[in-house]
Every structure is written in structure tokens, then in C-alpha cells.
Design a protein around this ligand. Structure first.
Ligand code: KIV
Ligand code: ZN
Length: 522
């Protein structure tokens, strides 16, 4: 049976980034874009250039790297947005402009205050404008799944007539169900004349937990592009999860007669990268990439697995990039073994990053008996984020107890060797350490969120800390890892502080960390 190929349109950097707390810096976006290219997605929606100068710069930087996938940017139906997308994406050999306007009655009446004909006119005008700048134009009728079918067919026909090469059908509020979505696509096939001339796409949100199921229903009904995000991150309950929909098509390709070009062994490392950067950890039981996705606890299952893995395992962990053995290296492991392991885990570090990561690995191996893949991933996240000073945490001591306040004493080393010793007292050790850091650096942050996650198993597991803070009405997120959780938290706090100081020194913004601008626009 011939297997047809579905295009994977990744919108982690646009729709995913719109999720509260998921905004990313330019550097983080570039790391994710590289991982998405290695994953071999067909299209990367890199952002919404009109949302802010930082968004524009990020889309442009990703396009200019020109790594292979088509680079796409989102625009509302107006000249300024469309021109900004074009200016941002044109550096990529293959680029796309994605224009959208809402079409459902509720959006027409309350959000846009526009009549049906006005919306069609605006969409047609925008598609024509985009088409003059770029051959590859995608159009999305936002809230399509709640739009009257007859009107939706009219909008889609007009979009094709105006030159759209891809028409996307979004279930913007995660409202539809598979059987209904199947009918919607069937209706469009019957009522839109030139529908076979374009690529039909699907874009599902997960409000009722059906984003993956609805996307699969859409491809069974003729869609040939799926819009999705790594770990399913996105507004509210998120978007269709890339790893789930890809593995569903791959594992059941005989049923669907469809597959993707995704390099599935990169799924797990990419999932870990996005979780590390956004601080949105995946639940243990998350399909495909969760910690328990391949764990077999029950005796009867283990017995079956020993006889034949297929009794209880429909995918192999190694197919999605989870290594067979999780206990990997020790303190005597050399640089070669370390580099091989890093590459087996799907990471691609340059010479400088490898050296730094290896130094950290050696330090950690002195403290910790068993080194797991999670430890290496945590080191790589640390190395990727703690690019440069000005401040480095040299020492940290904590005194705390159940019946006394905590005191943190620390030493920071500055760029030209300057030494800062500070001590602070607070109710708890993390607060005391943050206070001492603020005294030493002179940067006072408002802590909005603090999350701690264990990188591996065991008493000596590393803690991965993520802090979200506010400074000058901007939101920032930082990461740190250590076998000591107060140290991990302090490293995360110092990473943010260093970023703020570097930005201040350059007198410019790295990239806005606050996606609220995007949310206000859409
Ligand atoms: O959910 C949605 O409708 C969107 C569109 C902009 C495609 O994200
Ligand atoms: Zn969306």
C-alpha cells in the first residue's frame, strides 16, 4: 500500500509561545528552531513579527539561519503585518506568509464587528497582497469549526481564488469532535470547487483533550498538513501535540496510509529541550515522551514483555529517542564517551559548548555516584542558558532549621575578577539566597513563579529549577540545575539577573520575554 506524506507545520515558536509563561528569548528560539530542523519538520512558524520588535527579530534570525524547513510568519489581514512578515522571513530560501481572520458569528459580532462580506473582502485583499511578495501563502479562517458551513465554504473558495496555496482549518477553541470535523472536511470537499489545487491543513486546540484525535480525523478526511507544537504547548490546554500525532501516524501507517518525514528519534530530545526552556514539564504519563510512557510495572506485563516486547509495547523507546539504558557514564568516562552520549541524546553542541558541558559533567561526577541521561540533559540546558556573566556564583552556604530563619552567604565573581561577598536572612533558604543575590548584583526582581523538577531518579538526583520573574514590567525566565536545590534555584535567579545586566549593557532588548503582547493582538 502506498503511504502518502503529511506535512508537519510546527507552531511551537508562535502558538506555543503564546501560552502563559512560555515566552522565550531570541537565543532560546534559535535553539528550538535548530532542534525542529533536525527533527525534519516541513514548516516552522517562527512567530508573529508584527507583535513586537523582538518577535520580528526572532523570526528574521531564524529565517536567516536558513536551515531547511520553510520558515513562516503570521499576519493579520493588513498591509503592515504582511510586509513585516515578508521582511522577516525572506532570508529563508523557502518562506511562507500566513494570514488569518476570524470567520465565526461570535467573532464577527463581538471581536471584529464586521459583516460576512467585509471579512471575505479583507481576506481576499490580504492574500493578494501577500501573494505579490511570496508564492507560498497560507490562509486561516480563525474559529473555522464554529463557522456556518456554507459561509466557511464561501470563505475558503474566495481564499483559493485569491491565490492561497494552503488553507488551514483551525479548531481555535478546541470545540469540535472527530466525527463532526470529518463532516466539516467532507462538506468543504463537496462545496469548494478548486479544493484539490491547494493543501488543506488542520490546526487543533486541546480544550476538550481531542486535539490529536481531531487532527487525525482531518487527515483521514483529506487534510495534508497538521499544525502542532512540541509537547502540545499552546494557549489554554494547548495545541495538537507533535510527538503524539506523528507517532500515531507512524505506528498506525497501515491504517491511515499516511506518514510524515519526521526523524522520530529526535522526538524525545526535542521534547526535553522545549520542556527545559519553557519550564513546562511534561506529565509522567504523557503519551510518547512522558517518563512513564515506556515503563512496565505490573508483573503480568513484565512477564509478557520478557517473552516478546510487542505484547505490551506498540512503539520502541529507541524509536522516539529514549535510550535503552538510562545509566550511562561515570566519573572515569572520557571526553569521547561524553560527546558520543550527547549526540546519541540528539543534541548537537559546538566545540565551545562541548568543552563547557564536559567540565560541568566532571564536576558533577565527583559529587554524584550514578550519572543518567537526565543529568546530561540538565547539564546541556545549563550550558545553553548560562552563556556568559557578568556574575558567576563561586560559593553558597546556607544555614537553616525548623525553628530559625535561614541565612544565605554567597560569593560572586564579576567579569574583571571583582569579588562580592553577601549574606542575607529570610524565612526560608531559597528566599535568603535570592535576597543575597539581589544585594550583590543590585538587581531586584519580583518572583512570579518557582518550579523545581527532578532531572533523574535517586537520592542524589539533580534538581532543575525554573524561575519566572518580573523586572521593569518585563517577564523573564531562568533555569539552573544542581544536586543542591537551593543552588539550582540560585543559579536560575542569577542567570536571569545576568541576562538583564547584559541587556542593559548593550542598551537594547534581547527579545521580549512577555508574550502578553501577542495575546492582546490576536
Ligand atoms: O487557533 C487559531 O485559530 C490560530 C490561528 C491564528 C491559525 O492559531
Ligand atoms: Zn491556534
Amino acid at each position: 500500500m502506498a503511504i502518502e506524506r503529511i506535512k508537519i507545520f510546527d507552531t511551537t515558536l508562535r502558538d506555543g509561545e503564546q501560552a502563559p509563561g512560555c515566552s522565550m528569548t531570541l537565543r532560546e528560539k534559535l535553539r528550538i528552531a535548530k532542534a525542529l530542523s533536525d527533527l525534519n519538520v516541513d514548516i516552522i512558524e517562527a512567530g508573529f513579527p508584527a507583535a513586537s520588535p523582538g518577535d520580528f527579530e526572532a523570526v528574521k534570525a531564524i529565517a536567516d539561519e536558513n536551515r531547511g524547513p520553510t520558515i513562516c510568519g503570521l499576519a493579520r489581514c493588513n498591509a503592515e503585518d504582511i510586509e513585516k512578515v515578508h521582511a522577516a522571513v525572506k532570508g529563508a530560501e523557502s518562506h511562507r506568509i500566513h494570514v488569518f481572520v476570524a470567520t465565526s458569528a461570535i467573532h464577527r459580532e463581538y471581536k471584529l464587528k464586521m459583516a460576512k462580506e467585509e471579512i471575505i473582502k479583507s481576506a481576499v485583499g490580504a492574500i493578494r497582497m501577500a501573494k505579490e511578495l511570496c508564492d507560498d501563502v497560507e490562509f486561516s479562517p480563525e474559529d473555522a469549526s464554529r463557522t456556518e458551513l456554507g459561509y466557511l465554504a464561501e470563505v475558503v473558495s474566495a481564499a483559493i481564488e485569491a491565490g492561497a496555496t494552503t488553507v488551514n482549518i483551525p479548531d481555535t477553541v478546541g470545540y469540535t469532535v472527530p466525527a463532526e470535523f470529518d463532516k466539516l472536511f467532507g462538506y468543504l470537499h463537496e462545496h469548494v470547487d478548486r479544493i484539490d489545487d491547494i493543501t488543506l491543513s488542520v490546526h487543533c486546540h486541546n480544550d476538550l483533550g481531542m486535539a490529536v484525535a481531531n487532527s487525525l480525523a482531518a487527515v483521514s478526511a483529506g487534510a495534508r498538513q497538521i499544525e502542532c507544537t512540541i509537547n502540545g504547548i499552546g494557549e489554554r490546554a494547548g495545541n495538537c501535540s507533535l510527538e503524539e500525532v506523528v507517532m500515531a501516524l507512524h505506528t498506525r501507517n497501515e491504517f491511515f496510509g499516511l506518514d510524515t518525514a519526521i526523524e522520530t528519534t529526535h522526538l524525545y530530545p526535542t521534547s526535553r529541550l522545549v520542556a527545559g526552556i519553557t519550564g513546562m514539564q511534561t506529565p509522567r504519563n504523557k503519551a510518547v515522551v512522558g517518563e512513564n510512557a515506556f515503563a512496565h510495572e505490573a508483573g503480568i506485563h513484565q512477564h509478557g514483555m520478557l517473552q516478546n516486547r510487542s505484547t505490551y509495547e506498540i512503539m520502541r523507546p529507541e524509536d522516539v529517542g529514549i535510550s535503552k539504558s538510562s545509566l550511562v557514564l561515570g566519573k572515569h568516562s572520557g571526553r569521547h564517551a561524553f560527546r558520543d552520549r550527547v549526540s546519541d541524546l540528539g543534541f548537537d553542541l559546538d566545540e565551545f559548548e562541548t568543552n563547557r558541558a564536559f567540565q560541568e559533567f566532571k564536576k558533577l561526577a565527583d559529587k554524584k555516584k550514578d550519572m543518567y541521561d537526565g543529568d546530561i540533559e540538565a547539564i546541556i540546558m545549563n550550558v545553553g542558558n548560562s552563556a556568559s556573566g557578568p556574575w558567576v556564583l563561586k560559593t553558597l552556604q546556607i544555614i537553616s532549621g525548623t525553628d530559625q530563619n535561614a541565612t544565605a552567604t554567597l560569593r560572586l565573581i564579576g567579569e574583571n575578577g571583582i569579588v562580592k561577598d553577601e549574606a542575607a536572612t529570610a524565612d526560608g533558604p531559597v528566599e535568603a539566597a535570592f535576597k543575597a543575590l539581589e544585594q550583590a548584583t543590585g538587581i531586584n526582581l519580583v518572583l512570579k513563579n518557582f518550579e523545581l523538577h527532578s532531572a533523574t531518579v535517586g537520592d542524589d538526583a539533580q534538581g532543575e529549577a525554573t524561575v519566572t520573574v518580573e523586572y521593569n514590567e518585563q517577564s523573564y525566565r531562568g533555569h539552573g540545575a544542581s544536586t543542591d536545590i537551593v543552588e539550582a534555584a540560585s543559579r536560575a535567579y542569577l542567570e536571569v539577573t545576568n541576562r538583564i545586566l547584559r541587556r542593559r549593557d548593550r542598551g537594547l532588548d534581547d527579545a521580549p520575554d512577555d508574550s502578553s503582547i501577542n495575546q492582546a493582538l490576536i
